[in-house]
Write a protein that binds this ligand. Structure first.
Ligand code: F6P
Length: 356
């Protein structure tokens, strides 16, 4: 009998349940003697031993469900190897509990933080297979993370609703899209909804340029949509570290970069500006058909890796094919939008401004 643990960690997204479904159903179907152990609340459930044996019928109906039935908690990588008063770290507890549960492998679904912890546990001898999830699409070595496609669609639907009210009231709307380090979600959402301007962390903006471009846009139509990535910053803020930027904004009375840009535009052009934030709704709800199919493929390849005992890896989309990367090659690496990204280039060609 093989015992396979499975957990979901970090910020949730659509497609987690269908990915778990795919891994578990494949393992139950393809292996003669296997037991799936669901671990609740991400790595916390492995630290605290909050687990349950899951039977094939426990996975029924999961393909279309949003969220994660295994629940999720963010686990800070910084504290993972810090010893407590008894000289035991969280990583030590996870290694011990993996053994106590008599696991043969652990499947983890998560984003960058999850992959860093997975890599550490793999180096400590655990048999790990990971799957790349996040609305941010920022996992190095894979062309797309699951959950991203759904989030783009949610963002586009949201902006289309904002557009009609912007038109009615002749207003400028700043729509803030999640992504604290990278702008993939803002870029795809903005391009797909034909936003006028997209402000990204990869392209520091100048408020003069944003305002000039907006002035031109408002000579052609009565409203404008500016998409702002949550992690964007100005050319002036470039020299500051992330924490310093947040502090400086707070001191100036702004809760976000979007609020700051809104006020600056209002001061410069005297136009009415509104901020709209879909926020966590981008992570919620049912997965798109594409994310369902994608997670089905990722999950079945991940299960195959477990059966073939290929560990210390994460499944990935490379050149349109599903394969895997070694955790040690990708953990902790960034995946920003590059200047020659085809979508960014296309957006510039059709006249979308980036405020740079
Ligand atoms: O990592 C995904 C993400 O949704 C980011 O885009 C966002 O900045 C962050 O999580 C929000 O995190 P929390 O759920 O802790 O508010």
């Amino acid at each position: 009998m093989k015992r396979i643990g499975i957990l979901t960690s970090g910020g949730d997204c659509a497609g987690l349940n269908s990915a778990v479904y795919s891994v578990a159903k494949t393992l139950y179907q393809e292996m003669d003697d296997v037991e799936i152990i669901g671990i609740y609340d991400g790595y916390t459930g492995l630290i605290d031993l909050n687990t349950q044996v899951l039977k094939p019928h426990d996975f029924e109906g999961l393909v279309s469900k949003g969220g994660t039935f295994l629940r999720s908690i963010r686990q800070s990588f910084k504290t993972i190897d810090i010893k407590d008063e008894n000289g035991v770290s969280k990583a030590d507890k996870m290694v011990a509990n993996y053994q106590k549960l008599k696991l043969d492998a652990l499947v983890v679904l998560g984003g960058n933080g999850t992959h860093k912890v997975a890599n550490l546990l793999s180096q400590r001898g655990l048999n790990i297979v990971a799957l790349p999830k996040t609305i941010d699409n920022d996992i190095f070595g894979t062309e797309e993370t699951f959950g991203y496609d759904t989030a783009v669609q949610v963002g586009v639907d949201y902006i289309e609703r904002i557009r009609t009210t912007a038109q009615s009231h002749s207003r400028v709307f700043l729509v803030e899209i999640m992504g604290n380090k990278v702008g993939w979600l803002a870029l795809s959402t903005g391009v797909a909804s034909a936003a006028d301007t997209i402000i990204l962390p990869e392209i520091p903006y100048s408020i003069e340029r944003v305002s000039q471009d907006l002035k031109k846009i408002l000579t052609k139509k009565n409203y404008a949509i500016i998409v702002v990535s949550e992690g964007a910053y100005s050319k002036d803020e470039k020299k500051l570290k992330n924490k310093e930027r947040l502090l400086a904004r707070q001191e100036a009375g702004f809760s976000s970069v979007t609020e700051k840009i809104a006020q600056e535009i209002n001061e410069k052009l005297g136009v009415e500006v509104r901020v709209a934030i879909p926020g966590h709704a981008l992570r919620g709800g049912e997965p798109s058909a594409r994310d369902r199919n994608y997670t089905m493929k990722l999950g079945s390849v991940a299960a195959g890796l477990v059966m073939d005992e290929v560990f210390g890896v994460t499944v990935a989309l490379v050149n349109g094919k599903i394969t895997f990367n070694h955790l040690s090659d990708i953990a902790g690496k960034a995946k920003p939008i590059l200047e020659n990204d085809p979508l960014l280039e296309a957006a510039r060609h059709v006249g979308i401004s980036f405020g740079d």
